[in-house]
Design a protein around this ligand. Structure first.
Ligand code: EPZ
Length: 430
């Protein structure tokens, strides 16, 4: 299995180019099949999750043409199957976006039920509630979600939980329902807005994305478009916290600073200097950082996908910090790994108390999930020893050329597979 090996203790300094938002791109690629005309999407991140979803899309008969690593053309005309196999869902949950897209376009879809994952049980009851509200019969049998409707009719839907996935999935189905759909208590993440903008560029009539209420007037058909995915605010924030934790000076390029407000606020709170430009943000961390308190919330609150990254940074801040994880029930596993590097942490339910330490010591750790894996790499980079991170396949699902980008700002990190590679690296850096 591939691993990252890291020689830390050096401040990260320089500029890093941020790619397209994985969580916007996954939904946009699913929505692209809702027209029989050709759709071009660019600024895609070249990561495993995107490649798996493109396989699922071509697997049901759509024409998928990869123009280059970051650009794809999709034409949904040839779709001859509305059944998404478990294989795809097992690899990436977000394949379930095809449920809303296929139901909207063909009024029927069969998608394997996604399981839980390392960060929580991940129910989809709100997705199903929305589809049923639009008039679909939705049954769950044999591990599959079967959704079917003679016609979808616009409805007033109030979500019980603010859910990114349910907001996007139901928005896609409502796009081609008859009449007006009003969705309340919806997610307001930038990637929800990006999907709405994408659908509108295909001829949809969606208003209010990014606010608490989204209004959709259904249309009969959608047409071709060319669309560029927004920058990934989670990738950007990951490098920003890497700068903070390593006492570095890093500028993230090709970002939308507005999407990073909660992250910037916390970096300033702990003592970093942050400079905002039109499409870049610079983070400088010179002196000792100080503790703070964080609660993850739906956007525009502090993002749960940034929780491990700030957790690693707070473990090196003077004083006592607390993190409350209000979105997922099992997103502190990385702290057990961090404790093996010398962090002083105490977890009680959905909150963690972190006593800052002067430094970590290098260790062999395992990435429990995508964002936690990236955070453990930050811990290794902040440690003046050797750290090995196992199970980096999680990281590669959501971060394009992660080790290259870190090396580009002075990180000493390599992908290794064998004990021999590890010894070679140790010789090289000693
Ligand atoms: C999306 O997951 C992201 N994934 C996650 O990012 C992100 O952590 C999450 O949104 C929150 O921002 C993608 O976009 C592919 P939710 P999603 O539905 O849509 C509960 C990453 O690292 N809930 O907003 O699955 C749920 O249990 C990944 O890129 C229900 O109760 O998240 C959770 O407590 C990890 N019923 C809360 O809502 C439902 O029907 C928020 O989940 C749906 C969700």
């Amino acid at each position: 299995m591939e691993q990252y090996i890291i020689k830390g203790g050096h401040p990260l300094v320089g500029e890093v180019e941020i790619g397209g938002a994985k969580n916007a791109a996954l939904a946009i690629l699913a929505a692209a099949i809702m027209t029989d005309e050709t759709v071009l999407v660019d600024n895609l991140p070249d990561v495993n999750d995107i490649n798996v979803l493109l396989d699922a899309i071509s697997g049901i008969g759509a024409n998928v043409h990869r123009v280059d690593r970051h650009t794809v053309k999709i034409n949904g005309k040839g779709i001859n199957d509305v059944n998404i196999e478990y294989d795809y869902i097992k690899k990436i949950r977000a394949s379930y976006y095809l449920l809303g897209a296929l139901l909207g376009k063909y009024k029927r879809a069969e998608v394997a039920l996604p399981g839980g994952c390392n960060i929580g049980s991940r129910p989809i009851d709100q997705h199903i509630k929305g589809f049923r509200a639009l008039g679909a019969d939705v049954d769950i049998e044999y591990g599959k979600i079967m959704a079917e409707a003679d016609r979808l009719v616009g409805k007033h839907i109030y979500f019980d939980v603010v859910s990114v996935g349910a907001t996007i999935n139901v928005m896609m189905a409502a796009t081609m329902a008859d009449g007006l759909t009003i969705m309340e208590n919806v997610a307001k993440e930038p990637h929800v807005v990006d999907v709405a903008n994408f659908l509108n560029s295909m001829g949809a009539n969606i208003r209010g994305a990014g606010t608490d209420v989204i209004k959709i007037r259904g249309v009969q058909r959608l047409h071709s478009t060319e669309y560029s995915v927004i920058p990934d605010q989670i990738e950007a924030g990951t490098f920003m916290f890497a700068a903070a934790a390593t006492k570095g000076d890093v500028t993230v390029l090709n970002v939308i600073p507005k999407h990073l407000e909660a992250t910037i606020a916390k970096l300033v709170e702990i003592g970093c200097e942050v400079e905002e430009f039109d499409d870049a943000v610079r983070v400088v961390s010179k002196g000792d950082l100080t503790s703070t308190h964080v609660k993850t919330l739906p956007y525009p609150g502090f993002p749960t996908d940034m929780q491990p990254q700030i957790g690693v940074t707070l473990a090196l801040c003077q004083g006592t910090s607390t993190i409350t994880e209000s979105i997922f029930e099992n997103r502190f596993k990385y702290l057990d790994e961090l404790a093996r590097m010398g962090a002083n942490v105490k977890i009680e339910g959905n909150s963690a108390t972190i006593e800052g330490v002067k430094k970590f010591t290098g260790a062999r750790v395992s990435a429990p999930d995508l964002r936690a894996g990236a955070a453990l790499c930050i811990a290794g980079l902040a440690t003046d020893g050797i750290t090995i991170v196992d199970d980096i396949v999680y990281i590669q699902r959501g971060y394009e050329r992660f080790e290259d980008k870190l090396r580009g700002i002075g990180g000493i990190i390599e992908k290794v597979e064998t004990e021999k590679d590890i010894q070679k690296f140790k010789l090289k850096v000693s």
